[in-house]
Design a protein around this ligand. Structure first.
Ligand code: DAH
Length: 355
């Protein structure tokens, strides 16, 4: 017959072995994380608790001894926990004391708007105050909207005034597609909608097959303006542009109109402003004339109105078109057109905060 005490002795021995193992493990605990230690050993589901639970199995005569062992073990574990906690607290303090809260934060450099965007927005806001709405159109255009509707039929010599990038792609089905050479194409699209009166400005990018230099680029930006209603006159055009120039460049700037030719306007004119650099005295910027050209304009040609389905016997209108780069160069005295597309931050940074 087996002695009934043997299993109990075994349980006691097992407890002793387990405690010894755990003590070694605890002494070697080097995780540095006091909280992880507490949860593993001293938490409500920790190892000390589960060893305590084994007391139930220990026979009455061994309970005292086992109780002492377990209490000792618990104390040992708690001491180790305290040591870990104070070590990590003083570590934290040391780290905290390395932080100088009075130091300023790392600066976050702010970007700046591109000068072309700044001037474009300025132009838009000036014309919006006169009741003009913004209209936009596609940069890839067809021949009709870029040329034909604007009184530039096929083989018209004035087509050569602008060197055009043509697009040939099987997807275009052989039709003539091109990169718009001016934003006047947006006029056509707006007129075709047939809603009158029309009072719009059309800002956007245009393309021309030009050799890149300080004064020319293969892409640039324009703002087109169009006002069509009954009884619109050249006087309205002059007053509108005069208001624009004064708002854009200041009240002392003078304007003048010179007769010119555009197929889509009749009569046509180019508008100059008095030189901003020399005030009209004559300098290298104005080529000693005292004037610099800033835009083309005129009364919308009746053929254009008819091509777009507007009754030219009832309605008249004016149109104008200006290059945003040109206005920007005059406003900020920039001498090289290429700066606008080179993305040199030393150039662009100078416009942070500018309006
Ligand atoms: N489309 C012309 C160009 O790109 C500019 C222009 C001139 C627009 C006269 C107009 C205008 O609306 O009336 O050179």
């Amino acid at each position: 017959m087996r002695s009934p005490s043997i299993p109990y002795l075994c349980r006691m021995e097992a407890l002793l072995i387990q405690i010894e193992e755990l003590k070694k493990e605890i002494a070697a605990f080097n995780g540095g994380d006091a909280e992880a230690f507490r949860i593993k050993y001293l938490g409500s589901k920790g190892l000390v608790k589960s060893l305590m639970g084994e007391m139930k199995q220990v026979p009455a005569e061994k309970k005292k001894e086992a109780g002492q062992l377990l209490n000792e073990f618990k104390l040992f574990t708690e001491e180790r926990y305290e040591a870990l906690r104070s070590a990590s607290a003083s570590n934290g303090k040391a780290q905290a004391s390395n932080i100088d809260l009075s130091l300023p934060g790392d600066p976050m450099p702010l970007g700046s708007r591109h000068p072309i965007s700044l001037v474009k927005n300025r132009i838009i806001s000036i014309f919006q105050r006169l009741g003009f709405a913004v209209a936009e159109g596609p940069e890839i255009e067809d021949d009709f909207h870029n040329f034909t509707a604007l009184n530039l039929p096929e083989n018209h010599p004035a087509r050569d005034m602008q060197d055009t990038f043509y697009i040939s792609h099987p997807a275009t089905g052989g039709a003539d597609w091109l990169l718009r050479t001016h934003t006047s194409s947006v006029q056509v699209r707006e007129m075709e909608k047939g809603k009158l009166p029309i009072r719009i400005i059309c800002p956007g990018r245009v393309y021309r097959n030009e050799t890149i230099s300080a004064r020319a680029h293969c892409f640039f930006h324009q703002v087109e303006g169009l006002y069509i209603a009954e009884n619109v006159s050249f006087a309205d055009l002059k007053q509108t542009l005069y208001f624009f120039v004064q708002e854009m460049f200041g009240e002392t700037v003078k304007i003048r109109f010179r007769p010119s030719y555009f197929p889509f306007t009749e009569p046509s004119a180019e508008m100059d402003i008095s030189c901003l650099i020399c005030g009209g005295e004559g300098c290298s910027v104005c080529k000693r004339t005292g004037w610099v050209e800033i835009l083309g304009c005129g009364m919308v040609h009746p053929n254009v109105l008819d091509n777009c389905g507007i009754d030219s016997s009832k309605y008249t209108g004016f149109a104008f078109g200006m290059g945003i780069e040109r206005i920007t160069m005059l406003k900020y005295q920039i001498k090289d057109l290429r700066l606008f597309s080179e993305n040199d931050v030393r150039f662009l940074d100078q416009f942070s905060g500018a309006v």
